[in-house]
Design a binder for this molecule. Structure first.
Ligand code: ADP
Length: 275
């Protein structure tokens, strides 16, 4: 009887182990598939800017081209170079983040300042798409212990997506909600929305609801993965909400509060006391 018990236990272990191995093989295959897809997307995104740049160069080569065409061509080259630089910056950050090589230069900063930096950098893009950009920031100072540039980068990514995944004439709202011991920044848009089964997956590296190869909106699928890691490095968390396709999306970033007063405000307070 003991021998058959032992046999049964062994059988069960073998079955369990086999299932585990199969599951881990599936994960590897899936990761490999996503890597292949990413390489195709990357090639596509790198090649995309070249056609307009080539056209612009042809215009610039024409002797005595009219000034309007020259201005147009220069703008095209400018814009594409900016887009390519951004792509390459993201790629470099991606490799830094996955090797744990991003270091935060933390200081006590005002969250309003961080958000203002982010909002100002996307304002021209939002205006070009005729989006209404609404900000609901608190009157009182909300201090966070953060790397101003890196935290702003996280919000720029969210805002860029809000602009990109909303058809022209939409509404984008940034709001700060104060909670016990923490603060939540909400970035909400009236755009295409995210299907429920993708709400958690959008933060995974290379994950895109619809492949950049098959849609008009480009992208590498690394922005939200970077954002999630940057927020986590700040001791915070992020989640995505959406009422469904076509019903807009909302990203909530929760951050711990700092009890200290931001440096810039400290100086201002001293100045206002003295003046
Ligand atoms: P991408 O370069 O594709 O924009 P991200 O990592 O920034 O990559 O986002 C991952 C995916 O999440 C996007 O491809 C898109 O499908 C979805 N997504 C992100 N932000 C939004 C949003 N505001 N509205 C709708 N979908 C979004």
């Amino acid at each position: 009887a003991r021998l058959s018990d032992l046999n049964q236990t062994l059988d069960r272990r073998v079955t369990e182990r086999t299932a585990e191995l199969q599951a881990s093989e599936m994960r590897l295959l899936e990761a490999n598939r996503r890597k292949d897809e990413f390489l195709a997307t990357l090639a596509h995104e790198l090649r995309n800017p070249l056609a307009p740049v080539r056209n612009a160069i042809e215009v610039l080569k024409i002797k005595g081209a009219d000034p309007k065409s020259v201005t147009w061509a220069t703008t095209v080259v400018d814009r594409q170079v900016v887009a390519l630089s951004r792509l390459i910056d993201d790629l470099m950050d991606l490799s830094r983040v996955s090797q744990g090589r991003i270091e935060l230069k933390r200081e006590i900063v005002s969250l309003n300042d961080v958000l203002s930096d982010a909002i100002e950098s996307v304002r021209p893009l939002a205006a070009a798409a005729r989006h209404e950009l609404v900000t609901l920031l608190p009157d009182r100072t909300v201090a966070v212990d953060a790397d101003r540039t890196r935290l702003a980068q996280a919000f720029v990514n969210l805002l860029n997506n809000a602009v990109k995944y909303t058809d022209p004439g939409g509404r984008i709202e940034v709001a700060v909600l104060l909670e016990k011991g923490g603060v939540v920044v909400s970035v909400r848009d009236t755009g295409i929305g995210i299907p429920p089964d993708h709400l958690e997956r959008v933060f995974e590296m290379f994950s895109q609801v619809e492949s950049a190869l098959s849609r008009s909106r480009g992208g590498l699928g690394i922005g939200l993965a970077l954002t999630e890691r940057l927020v986590r490095m700040h001791g915070g968390s992020i989640k995505a909400q959406s009422e469904g396709l076509g019903r807009g999306s909302r990203f909530l970033v929760q951050l711990p509060l700092s009890q200290e007063v931001p440096h810039s405000e400290e100086a201002e307070q001293v100045l206002s006391r003295n003046g």
